[in-house]
Design a protein around this ligand. Structure first.
Ligand SMILES: [Zn+2]
Length: 92
């Protein structure tokens, strides 16, 4: 599988506490989501997987948050298409 390395600095990037460095909203804020959608426009599954990795990294810092809210915040807006089993496993 062709794995893209996403090393892009977003204008609306997350801080260590997963707030937005630009607007102070909870990350990913709307502008950040727009940037991420654009970056992954050719591969919405990659976007969902990328956000799942972000959620994995954020989970330690945001351990007190409701997991359902974290899912809504990090994953649900990506609206991933029907996943094959490999991608589904990556999101678990
Ligand atoms: Zn922002």
């Amino acid at each position: 599988m062709n794995r893209k390395v996403v090393a892009v600095v977003l204008a609306h990037a997350p801080t260590e506490t997963w707030d937005c460095s630009a607007c102070g909203a909870l990350w990913p804020c709307e502008p950040a989501r727009g940037e991420l959608r654009e970056l992954h426009a050719d591969d919405p599954v990659e976007l969902a997987v990328h956000m799942a990795h972000c959620l994995g990294r954020a989970a330690g810092v945001l351990a007190a948050e409701d997991p359902h809210h974290l899912y809504q915040r990090f994953i649900s807006w990506t609206q991933p298409p029907a996943l094959d089993s490999d991608h589904a496993a990556a999101l678990r």
